[in-house]
Design a protein around this ligand. Sequence first.
Ligand code: ARG
Length: 583
Amino acid sequence: MASVTSLTDLVNQRLTSALSASLPEADADPLLRRSDRADFQANGILALAKKAKANPRELATQVVGNIVTGDVIKDVEVSGPGFLNVTVADSAITETLAARAADDRLGVPLKANAGITVIDYAQPNVAKEMHVGHLRSAVIGDALRGMLDFTGEKTIGRHHIGDWGTQFGMLIQHLIENPGELTPASEVDGAEAMSNLNRVYKASRAVFDSDDAFKERARKRVVALQSGDKETLELWQQFVDESKVYFYSVFEKLDMEIRDDEIVGESAYNDGMPETARLLEEMGVAVRSEGALVVFFDEIRGKDDQPVPLIVQKADGGFGYAASDLTAIRNRVTDLHATSLLYVVDVRQSLHFKMVFETARRAGWLTDEVTAHNMGYGTVLGADGKPFKTREGETVRLEDLLDEAVQRAAEVVREKSQDLTEDEIQERAAQVGIGAVKYADLSTSPNRDYKFDLDQMVSLNGDTSVYLQYAYARIQSILRKAGESKPAAHPELELAPAERALGLHLDGFGGTVFEAAAEYAPHKLAAYLYQLASLYTTFYDQCPVLKADTEEQKENRLFLCDLTARTLHQGMALLGIRTPERL
Ligand code: ARG
């Protein structure tokens, strides 16, 4: 495993030392970026000249004289008021890419000071159907995790499932009065599990709403559950187990690996909640108000300018959502040694997290060494731009949605590839359809709402995963057709403009992953991959590969093809999307 310094970093180093030679006292950042005019443009000299009261063009000319050229940098020119246009040598591009190709990680280094990120994502609720909101949390969380892991960060997943609360009193009481209504989890598949749960939920709800005596028995059952009554807990466990069968079936459909030891729901923090409350009260962070234990915030006010408190413990002694999140923070920081806490939760819960984080800071559970962030994602809208509902106005079942995506993908695959068997079509359709759903989500900035538009998602043209998957499959087909010729780098060859553009972009993969991971911004990686596929298309149009002029040129172009495919594959894998070899 050998990491490779990117050309951006190399050029940056050269420019920085040339700058410091001219301006020894300045903290010299050349402000380098990719440019259309040359390979890179540096415009940091303008500000530095201003500070040093020097003429920018003169300073720029002086700096150019100090820049080492001939190997990496082919040419530097002063342009405009004092910009530097830098052109990199063709041989340096090919050599750098060859070093990347020789490494399993494409030359991408591991983070020097890796931390531990506990990432809270994919958190459905027990005995309830998953909806599109849960889809976003799972997809975004999984992609963030893939990216963070790749940089060398240690990640620990926490699926904070909703497995506690007063609704269990009703469900359990119903089961006691109607034994056998829930087929044991070991005997059902995902669909049966959910339909069983739905049936029990509806039946118990109906009695609960119409029969006051039942309501009272259900309320007592909540108390029994909270006090750890054995029979009650066993029945509660049945609901959890049955739900997990369903969750796993959906995660499998989503082609996502979820580990059982990372499903740590609200209930896991029960034992710690009284202590959380006691500590907060002792420290004076929380106060009693009308019997409840609450935390106030100066800046958080609701209607009538009344302060909105965070409720740690209700007046009846019960603990809720905030208490479990606060207890979870103590666990994640103290026991799991997290340096970052990341929550991939609907933006509509951002006020909750703001209050929870602030409370934890006041209590000293969150310190300056730990960052806490709610990656709050926006709402999923229908193709019409309105909140996503069925024609009947109900929330759309996640599974129906995924099935439909796969079905649409099957149509696309069937039409495009006539020589596949029906089994192959179905297998590809799952990879294309689920990939399409994930990519549509990930390619939008997470905090924005996005339209769930299947027609657009499985389109072969435009910024879709299918487009990327086709680019990958097309490269594989070229590599297969190359016969005796194998990909090989030839740094002595001059590069065509489309080859340079593709090469420089390939070199930026690691930088993009690090930036996207640090900013929790999977859409930046998606945009990079889309641009990679576009640059490849241009390259392919302009530079014949199998019909190249010489054998060396053919090998070098096959090499560019191969590295593009590997980069696409790696990038897509980080986002949780497959790249089939043939489509
Ligand atoms: N189960 C919740 C829901 O469906 C999301 C849980 C988010 N995570 C947390 N630590 N509060 O809305």
